[in-house]
Design a protein around this ligand. Sequence first.
Ligand code: LMR
Length: 396
Amino acid sequence: LFTAVEMAPRDPILGLSEQFNADTRADKVNLGVGVYFDAHGKLPLLECVQAAEKNLMRAPSARGYLPIDGIAAYDQAVRGLVFGADSEPVQSGRVATVQAIGGTGGLKIGADFLKKLSPDARVLISDPSWENHRALFTQAGFAVGSYTYYDAAKRGLNIEALLADLNAAAPGSIVVLHACCHNPTGCDLGSAQWDQVIAVLQARGLTLFLDMAYQGFGQGIAEDGAVIGKCVAAGLNFLVSTSFSKNLSLYGERVGSLSVLCADKQEASRVLSQLKIVIRANYSTPPTHGGAVVAAVLNDPGLRALWEKELTHMRTRIQAVRQQLVDGLKAAGVQQDMGFIARQIGMFSYSGLSREQMLRLRNEFGVYGTDTGRMCVAALNDRNMGYVCRAIAQVL
Ligand code: LMR
């Protein structure tokens, strides 16, 4: 049966971590996967998470099956975080929210749901985008195309081409947009540009699917989520997936969500019933621990304030690291202006290095970034900065 099975290529991001782990060089640096490390190179276990876990352990609960759509207090907290607890959509009950296995899980539940609803729709992702977007929507059975997003020469957004591509999309197409901290380019839409994009989505009858995996890593929780309020104000019905992997440093807990903004409460309950069918047939019910921790943090004012403080610390450290990288590259002898790195947003720098240069970084120096030139600046610190800068200077 399995004799004809071909060897699949490594995953372009997580496959790098496999390769990195097998690398025996002492000075290797993993800038491949999007994971935040602290100034000492350690993966943080946030204090708010530790406090929530201690509270949970004081009255340990049995591990029965959760409801298919997850912990009610979790779903409610997510709705509040994404749309605003007092917002009209939440108050009127027209948001269907489910707990998901990470942000990826939220995307997949949404993709499977949309596939049943609009089997012939085309999905459009940004060019470039997170590598897994194409794979995920393709696996869900969609034809996946792309819209222009980035102008490599300008190292910035190509808003004219983006709007033109969306204007040319067939009505009913599903458009996946990054809500903030665009992965991989670190280049976000400004407020006025969002207004333009939303107007085209509306005029063309396109379905918006927002991927918000990095809320709080750009400008702040509210600022990064501002696009949600814009879409609500414009009267769009849309999907949004979120993740607590990065902003609560809960990567391995796989805790995320999918929310669908519907026309009214009755529609939301029908949509929720369909999301539950998708979940039940995939993994039945979500796991307990991560959702319980997130609900405990978000629903306790003290822990929530602590979370915002810790998230602010992570965000500002990344901003400082960006400038250190710019300065370090200059000090290492790089002639070209690398100032764009300090202007990019989120965890990544889209360095502009070619595939060949990235392979040289990996093979000769043990510095791992994706083939596309993406580097996770959130993994840089005082100890590895000089080495990475010298390595980049060499390959440039
Ligand atoms: C990344 O882009 O590196 C992260 O989102 C991790 C992942 O799942 O790919």
